[in-house]
Design a protein around this ligand. Structure first.
Ligand code: FAD
Length: 573
């Protein structure tokens, strides 16, 4: 047996090496959604499975627990109920136009995975999850509407289905069967085990993992950064190893190193982290060191609409506003973003535009009516009504009241300023930014120009027209898009400005895999015994989204790639 030692690791002293081949388990590294789905499927094939994770049991489910539970379904009954006509053909057209797969060698497997994923989303995905007990709300959302070009990026129709119970519910439907298998001894979880290297035999086959056991911290609440103090080394033989360790979004140094400045301008100095610290990219490095091919690392899915969390859980904790379409979007100087870069239309185009201003942040300017109707914050803890499945609280969201999470940011958010008139608001914006960039007169004039377009049922302002179109979709009319009105109208006040930071989140590139999730080396050969799924594999293939995502495709991407890997493992002799 050859022992692979990354430069960073210390010497090994094996503590555990099962020798009887019939008891050698499948070892999955990472107890996030992808790892759990792979385990669930492998168990169906009667396999013995162990999941290792560097965090404690409180963190079970990884990022998925914190997620809003948005799922990309195509041709669903919920779409039909909302009078949305959708099909696999339309979804794949949107996906391909968004992905812009143009790098032949590195886009071969990503494209195959992208197509397989859209088929999954238009086919078995909804039924599979429903059978496990997962339900979605009937009011679907219209994320990533695109920048106004039918041949460009974006969803032609609403496809973002919200899980009733948000992220914790997505985790629950896989956690419960795993807990049942744990009780029978077929499945084991080992927490505080950080994998630092892979074991390989002379042929290159992966035969196990090695790493360190970290100091126990059972009482540390979910999401908090944990200690990396190693107490002992371990090594574990495996029939196969699955890398399901997530992306790099919590490792700001890695995000900066991967930042495509040519496309997005300089990386902002003040990034906020949209994911916990354990999303550190270490598992990807482990696989890469063993010869796995890592591709498309400059493709990431970060958001320009982040703000500092007033109630942080993890380091640099940021919260993303999932905006409705009405807020006026201004750069640091107070210049309106170009036509078609409206809130919620084209994430990376907006990120890139703001990045290229060189100022690293932007502003939403809105009023209370818009905040109450249109602001949703991404995260299960930001939506207790949905997360706790409280119908009464949810009903209150449909009324004119301010959502408690929005109220909390109004009260405590360091990036929020509120005022009764524009003069006062812009003075507060200048004070908050403290960099002398904002042109107050420009902001006042832009708001007046925009408001002048509300006196007729038609206008020359593309965003005002866009609002009117949005409200033709029932879901937007009910919960997402305020009736068009003048921003400065006191009836809709007070006025609000939110300073928006870039928030890190998803890693679109990753470990290159075939359609069963087997890792490939740089010559395209399968590395026997090594699989990858979820964000570590760019949700399949090393980047199934290509350059752009349609949203709600990340949880689904973990479920799809975890399922394919688990099915392959279940069949493995
Ligand atoms: C706030 C928030 C909202 C989101 N909302 C949505 C949404 O609405 N819809 C959607 O589709 N997606 C959403 N996402 C994205 C989605 O949740 C993630 O992309 C997905 O859950 C990633 O799952 P994963 O299993 O690949 O990785 P992770 O969840 O990151 O899990 C990886 C696990 O591996 C462990 N690990 C890492 N390295 C090692 C190592 N070396 N040794 C041992 N263990 C290791 C980590 O501790 C972690 O537990 C959201 C994410 C967040 C944070």
């Amino acid at each position: 047996m050859t022992y692979i030692t990354p430069e960073t690791s210390s010497q090994s002293s094996p503590t555990e090496t099962p020798t009887n081949s019939s008891t050698i388990p499948i070892v999955i590294v990472g107890s996030g959604l992808a790892g759990m789905v792979a385990a669930y499927e492998a168990l169906q094939g009667g396999k013995q499975v162990v999941i290792l994770d560097q965090e404690n049991r409180n963190n079970l489910g990884g990022q998925a627990f914190w997620s809003l539970g948005g799922l990309f379904y195509v041709g669903s009954p919920e779409q039909k109920l909302m009078r949305v006509s959708d099909s696999y053909e339309l979804a794949w057209r949107d996906w391909e136009n968004s992905a812009d797969y143009d790098d032949a060698p590195h886009d071969r497997w990503p494209k195959a995975w992208g197509q397989a994923y859209v088929q999954f989303a238009a086919g078995e995905k909804r039924e599979y999850l429903k059978k496990l007990g997962l339900n979605v709300l009937p009011t679907i959302g219209w994320a990533e509407r695109g920048s106004g070009d039918a041949s460009g990026h974006g969803n032609s129709v609403p496809r973002f289905h919200l899980t009733w119970g948000t992220g914790p519910e997505v985790v629950r439907v896989f956690r419960e069967p795993l807990e049942r298998a744990e009780a029978t001894g077929q499945f084991t979880w080992r927490f505080r085990h950080r994998v630092e290297g892979l074991l390989q035999d002379e042929s290159g086959r992966v035969t196990g993992v090695r790493g360190v056991e970290l100091a126990a911290d059972d009482a540390l609440p979910r999401g908090r950064a944990s200690s990396r103090k190693a107490v002992r080394e371990f090594q574990l033989n495996a029939a196969s190893v699955v890398i399901a360790t997530g992306g790099i979004g919590g490792n700001l140094a890695k995000v900066r190193a991967s930042w495509p400045s040519d496309r997005w301008g300089p990386c902002p100095g003040d990034l906020v982290a949209g994911v916990p610290a354990h999303v550190d990219g270490s598992g990807i490095d482990v696989a890469k060191h063993a010869g796995a091919n890592l591709v498309n690392t400059d493709r990431m899915w970060h958001y320009p609409e982040g703000m500092h969390n007033w109630d942080s859980i993890w380091p640099h904790h940021g919260i993303r506003i999932i905006p409705g379409p009405s807020s006026l979007w201004l750069d640091a100087t107070g210049t309106r973003l170009p036509t078609n870069l409206f809130p919620g239309s084209d994430n990376l185009a907006a990120l890139s535009h703001i990045g290229k201003t060189g100022h690293g942040y932007s502003w939403f300017l809105l009023n209370s009516t818009i905040a109450d109707k249109e602001f949703i914050f991404s995260g299960s803890e930001q939506n207790p009504d949905l997360t706790q499945k409280t119908i009464r609280q949810l009903a209150s969201k449909l009324g004119p009241k301010t959502h408690p999470a929005v109220q909390a940011f109004k009260d405590h958010g360091v990036d929020w300023v509120i005022a009764d008139n524009l003069d006062e608001l812009t003075a507060k914006m200048v004070a908050l930014a403290d960099d002398g960039l904002l042109d107050r007169e420009r902001v006042t004039r832009t708001v007046a120009d925009r408001d002048s377009q509300l006196d007729n049922p038609f206008s020359k302002d593309a965003q005002v027209n866009y609002l009117r179109t949005a409200r033709k979709f029932l879901g937007d009319k009910i919960v997402r898009a305020a009736a068009p009105h003048k921003l400065a109208d006191a009836k809709h006040g007070p006025l609000i400005a939110v300073r928006l930071q870039v928030l890190t989140r998803k890693t679109l590139g990753g470990l290159e895999t075939d359609l069963s999730g087997r890792c490939l080396d740089s010559d395209g050969n399968i590395i026997p015994g090594l699989f990858a799924c979820g964000e570590a594999a760019g949700f399949g293939g090393g980047g199934m989204h290509g350059k752009n995502a349609l949203e709600g495709t990340f949880l689904g991407g973990c479920i799809h790639s975890g399922k394919r890997v688990g099915e392959a493992l279940a069949k493995d002799k």
